[in-house]
Design a protein around this ligand. Structure first.
Ligand SMILES: Nc1ncnc2c1ncn2[C@@H]1O[C@H](COP(=O)(O)OP(=O)(O)OP(=O)(O)O)[C@@H](O)[C@H]1O
Ligand code: SF4
Ligand SMILES: [Mg+2]
Length: 343
């Protein structure tokens, strides 16, 4: 794939070469970190899901469930000292075993990331134009072409007066404009997959919805795949076609976003939905999740959710449920998923 060139035409989604399969298949991904007393902790434990072409997949779950760790693993950025196993099939090519040069070539280009905090993602000492123009410059485009391309990227990200804003330093822009500049940087490599980790939580509410709309518009116009990490179910139900729900480093449910959030196949998803008034369907009041989330370092035996689950039975304490298809397209790691779906 070439990184240079102009922004892609509207509706011109890239087809996976020779296949209609997902752009990214995550299979049995595990990220193991050094724990106390020489132990190893599986912060991500056997995670599998697909990111189909031109589709937004929402990744949800409480704090500490492993959402960021999963996204960073996809980008090839696990924390210091971590071991990564499983497969990350990028158009069928395994990025886990690919050589470092190939992984570097994919990162930031074919797969780009938008982080939560735009200030942390930007270099405070460099003008916006220089940072957004880094990839076109690395591609050795002529200076005038780099400028034109940079202005075009800023414009696509909805930054008014791009020529003027190119000369600004990050601190001279509002939070919303800074996040737009980060989006422009992510688009510079002409990516096929955008990883967006809580891309709006650092912004105030009115700006949040504009940025999300921008991301959704770009995703649809360019036929991008997007993995949207969020703990905000309202956002995910609006923006994502598919949802993956994580708990204590594992997937507990995945499926079509609207269906999964309306009629969950896992008691944890049901509890998350009940905790948010806007996506509740039957009663008006939100019900906070009972108990504290399990952590990967202290994951209960059997089903990790069992100490908090209203449906817990003896089997749940001993037998770890595997993710299985409980109804067409509806995947759940609950022994009693059919019962949950039928409620
Ligand atoms: N650099 C690190 N070193 C060791 N453990 C880490 C590191 N980063 C995260 N963890 C642990 O890994 C687990 C998963 O963390 P992660 O940041 O992926 O959660 P998250 O779902 O993104 O949460 P949040 O919603 O708060 O962003 C947590 O238990 C966390 O404490
Ligand atoms: S397996 Fe058991 S404890 Fe786990 S979610 Fe299902 S019913 Fe609840
Ligand atoms: Mg996170």
């Amino acid at each position: 794939m070439t990184a240079a060139g102009t922004a892609r035409g509207h509706g011109a989604g890239k087809a996976a070469p020779g296949t209609d399969g997902p752009v990214l298949r995550i299979a049995d991904l595990a990220v193991e970190l050094p724990g106390p007393h020489g132990t190893r902790v599986r912060a991500v434990d056997g995670v599998s899901f697909d990111v189909p072409r031109a589709t937004t997949v929402g990744l949800i779950g409480e704090s500490g469930s492993g959402k960021t760790m999963t996204a960073h693993a996809v980008l090839g950025l696990p924390p210091e000292g971590a071991t990564l196993t499983g497969r990350l099939l990028w158009h069928g090519e395994d990025l886990v075993t690919a050589d470092p040069a190939r992984r570097r070539a994919v990162r930031g280009r074919e797969i780009a990331m938008i982080f939560q905090d735009p200030l942390a993602a930007l270099n405070p000492t460099q003008r916006i134009g220089r940072q957004v123009g880094e990839i076109p410059r690395r591609d050795r485009l002529p200076r005038a072409e780099v400028r034109r391309r940079t202005a075009e990227l800023l414009d696509r990200a909805g930054i008014p007066e791009p020529e003027r804003r190119m000369r600004a330093y990050p601190h001279e822009l509002s939070g919303g404009l800074r996040q737009r500049a980060v989006i422009a940087m992510a688009l510079a490599g002409n990516p096929e997959l955008l990883l967006a980790d809580e891309p709006t939580t650092a912004l105030d509410v009115t700006v949040q919805s504009r940025i999300l709309r921008l991301l959704a518009d770009i995703q649809a116009a360019d036929g991008l795949a997007m993995l949207l990490v969020s703990h905000d179910l309202r956002v995910v139900s609006h923006v994502a076609e598919q949802v993956v729900v994580m708990y204590a480093g594992r997937v507990c449910e995945r499926g079509p976003a609207r269906a999964a959030l309306r009629r969950p196949a896992h008691p944890y998803t049901a509890a998350l939905v009940r905790s948010v008034p806007a996506v509740r369907t039957r009663t008006a009041l939100a019900a906070p999740l009972p108990g504290a989330p399990a952590t990967p370092a202290n994951r209960p035996d059997g089903c990790a959710f069992h100490p908090r689950c209203p449906l817990v039975r003896a089997r749940c304490r001993d037998e770890t449920p595997q993710v299985r298809e409980a109804a067409p397209g509806r995947w759940s790691a609950c022994h009693f998923a059919e019962e949950v779906l039928g409620e």
